[in-house]
Design a protein around this ligand. Structure first.
Ligand SMILES: C[S@@+](CC[C@H](N)C(=O)[O-])C[C@H]1O[C@@H](n2cnc3c(N)ncnc32)[C@H](O)[C@@H]1O
Length: 239
């Protein structure tokens, strides 16, 4: 992977994975999160979920948003850099200092490995706190070959929701609620990415063209096979 070409595609996108404000509102609503909550947005990317997190915990909510990729934090800072309700940090989510009443982790826990990620986040939760994370899963026991081959190459540890829930429970969490992210949440990611691919395509060099092809193929796979895989959004409480 040519990382500079990868970030040429991904720079300035509104978000870096599927999700919408409605998903944040649903998760924090079912968890009964209170105004004034201390929130960690772990792997926040460009900060797409910060506004919904603040809305769901107003008045008095505070978001600590952490991402390992400095340009994403710079992008988030354009909107949130002067807001006292938000602290932006470039770094590893495992280094964030809790405790937090809510940990929100959209499409980022898998970077740590699911078990290690759950373990690391549990240690940062305040008593009675809520961990919400989204994770790519197979929705069927036997996905078709293009789905299985492509996704296991990108994410070898991918499994079914049943397997995901087994790991969650083995790591000492209760599942308060869980749902698959709807199509609209995926389009909130792929729609702007389609537009950026079309804009970058003319004049792209070989490395960028390869990254654009990969992005387009990823979106095409999801649109053709979204009944076979998706993002499970899980709302958890430590037992
Ligand atoms: C798929 S993106 C999702 C970003 C954002 N949550 C969103 O939905 O737009 C995953 C993010 O996790 C970040 N990341 C990966 N490992 C990380 C770590 N150990 N600590 C902090 N951020 C990390 C990446 O830089 C990337 O921005």
């Amino acid at each position: 992977m040519d990382w500079s070409a990868f970030f040429e595609l991904h720079k300035d996108l509104p978000r870096e994975g599927p999700g919408r404000p409605e998903d944040v509102a649903w998760a924090l609503g079912v968890a009964g999160v209170k105004p004034g909550a201390r929130i960690l947005d772990a792997g926040c990317g460009p900060g797409a979920d910060i506004q919904a997190l603040l809305l769901a915990t107003a008045p008095g909510g505070h978001v600590t948003a952490v991402d390992a990729h400095a340009p994403f934090i710079e992008q988030a800072a354009k909107r949130w850099g002067r807001d006292s309700r938000v602290t932006l940090t470039t770094g590893d989510m495992r280094a964030a200092e809790g405790p937090f009443d809510v940990i929100w982790c959209a499409g980022a826990l898998y970077f740590l490995g699911l078990r290690d990620g759950l373990d690391a986040m549990r240690g940062k939760l305040a008593p009675g706190g809520t961990l919400v994370f989204s994770e790519l899963v197979f929705r069927v026991p036997e996905p078709s070959e293009p789905v299985r081959c492509t996704l296991t190459k990108e994410y070898p540890a991918i499994g079914t929701t049943h397997r995901l829930n087994g790991i969650i429970e083995a790591e000492g969490f209760e599942i308060v609620a869980q749902k698959m992210l709807p199509r609209a949440s995926w389009e909130a990611y792929y729609g702007p990415m389609d537009q950026r691919i079309a804009r970058l395509r003319p004049g792209a060099d070989a490395a960028l063209a390869a990254v654009l092809d990969e992005g387009a193929a990823e979106a095409a796979l999801w649109r053709a096979h979204n009944e076979e895989f998706g993002y499970a959004l899980s709302v958890l409480r430590a037992r």
